[in-house]
Write a protein that binds this ligand. Structure first.
Ligand SMILES: Nc1nc2c(ncn2[C@@H]2O[C@H](COP(=O)(O)OP(=O)(O)OP(=O)(O)O)[C@@H](O)[C@H]2O)c(=O)[nH]1
Length: 455
């Protein structure tokens, strides 16, 4: 996803690195790279021009904090401009209607509409299991489409309102809405027929459905891989129907990213979700700042954290199973290795402070150097133990504790405190092991490339 853009943008900041300040002359090449990156991504020329001008104006017109190097300042400007281009913040699904909150899905054939109805039902259910959802297909031209939706409804365990090809689309939608009202559904999702291209008949049909059921959300589903074409069809639909949002599908296959960058600017409507795979859980809310972060090679830290959080239970379960299997616990040798790895990534505080959002804020509350000092202290104590003691701290007797303390230049109390803390942190350290560690390493590498001054 967005690989080409990320590669292109990695070149942008190289020329500025090492400069003492930003000037018209030394940002020229970087601006040219930004322009090329966006054009290659299939962003429309007027948007590209506007974007480059804005970045230029901001780069030359602002005083920056002394703590920022010019490349960091330029990076910040580009990041901000990308986020604004994509609509600043995540635009959530609006379900604030007298039930049922009706969602109408529109789009061309093969865009991924039906699949997205299934994914969206799962997304809503995952957030609130109690939500009662009803799905209906008004696609009377393809019996297979009705069947496909029925199967999806079974898969995500939501209800399905049957329809058949002899009925009129508006009648189907109205009957489903009536049924949903009478049976107290929270949400009704109406899937509609797609065509190969925009034609008047299809537009009239969907306009009639829209007028009849008055949906709270009218979502346009479009294949991101179509680039500018995706944006143009979204615009055409938007002129015929008051869209409330766009869902870009197949972002997993879209290395260019042009649609994600231009939909908001051209249609004025937010991208609410992106499709990132064929599977039923392949749907993510669209967060402009996270996408900007990916484009700029920073990885998607927030989604990474969510993944890590989601992964904890699984990790602990796996670790427990392995422990039972080999009869070995996470020991001080592992603990020391983890501290070392953390240091290789630039240190715990450093990592934390480079993370955007809430985590970045947390780092400001920790007095500088505290975490690093504590880690160094712990490491010194571990270093003065024998390998056997590290593997099994329980064998450490009082006399040995004295010598360990002396070896590390500390007291027995400190050794005891550290052993207690170690016990408590065993669970936490597992979070930074295996798969999660690899993810964090990748993220840290991305940051190091952009901030060469980082420790
Ligand atoms: N890789 C990938 N494939 C997707 C995504 N979303 C949908 N697809 C695939 O795109 C194809 C078309 O999806 P459908 O849901 O059948 O498309 P549709 O818009 O309902 O098509 P019609 O019913 O013909 O209008 C299917 O093979 C889906 O698996 C996505 O986010 N990523």
């Amino acid at each position: 996803m967005l690989d080409n853009l990320t590669k292109r943008f990695s070149k942008v900041f190289k020329d500025i690195r090492g400069q003492s300040k930003l000037s018209e002359d030394n940002i020229k090449e970087a601006l040219r790279e930004v322009r090329l990156a966006l054009l290659e991504a299939d962003v429309a020329l007027p948007i590209v021009k506007d974007f480059v001008n804005q970045v230029k104006e901001r780069a030359l017109g602002k005083e920056f904090a002394d703590t920022l190097t010019p490349d960091q300042a330029f990076f910040g400007i580009v990041n901000e401009a990308l986020i604004e281009l994509m609509g600043k913040e995540n635009s959530q699904l609006n379900l604030a209607a007298t039930p049922p909150a009706t969602i109408l899905m529109a789009g061309l054939q093969g865009a991924g509409k039906t699949t997205t109805v299934g994914k969206l039902s799962k997304f809503i259910k995952d957030q609130d299991k109690k939500k009662k959802i009803l799905l209906v297909s008004a696609d009377v031209y393809r019996p297979a489409a009705i069947e496909q939706l029925k199967l999806l409804a079974e898969q995500v365990q939501v209800d399905f309102f049957p329809s058949d090809v002899s009925q009129k689309p508006v009648e189907i939608a109205l009957a489903a809405q009536d049924y949903a009202k009478k049976h107290f559904y929270d949400i009704l999702m109406v899937d509609t027929a797609g065509r190969l291209a925009i034609d008047e008949e299809m537009m009239n049909e969907i306009k009639a459905i829209h007028a009849a059921i008055k949906p709270i959300e009218t979502l346009f589903v479009v294949d991101a891989m179509l680039g500018q074409d995706a944006v143009n069809t979204a615009q055409a639909f938007n002129e015929a129907l008051p869209l409330t949002g766009v869902i870009l599908t197949k972002m997993d296959g879209d290395a260019r990213g042009g649609a994600a960058l231009s939909v908001r600017q051209i249609t004025g409507k937010p991208i609410k979700f992106i499709g990132v795979g064929e599977k039923i859980n392949g749907l993510e809310p669209f967060h402009p700042e996270r996408i900007a972060s990916r484009i700029l090679g920073m990885g998607d830290v927030m989604t990474l954290i969510e993944d890590v959080q989601k992964g904890i239970d699984e990790e602990i379960a796996k670790e427990m199973a392995q422990k039972l299997h080999r009869g070995k616990d996470f020991d001080l040798n592992d603990f020391k290795a983890q501290i070392q790895q953390m240091r290789n990534m630039g240190g715990f505080e450093n990592l934390l402070s480079k993370m955007p959002g809430e985590l970045g804020q947390i780092s400001k509350q920790i007095p500088e150097g505290t975490a690093e000092k504590a880690m160094a202290h712990v490491e010194a104590i571990i270093n003065s133990m024998t390998p056997k003691e590290r593997a099994n701290p329980d064998i450490i007797k009082a006399s040995r504790k004295k010598r360990i303390a002396a070896g590390a230049g500390t007291t027995v109390q400190e050794v005891n405190k550290m052993l207690k803390q170690f016990e408590q942190s065993q669970q936490m350290m597992k979070m930074f092991s295996g798969k999660n560690m690899q993810k964090l390493m990748r993220m840290a590498k991305g940051m190091k490339g952009l901030f060469p001054n980082m420790r």
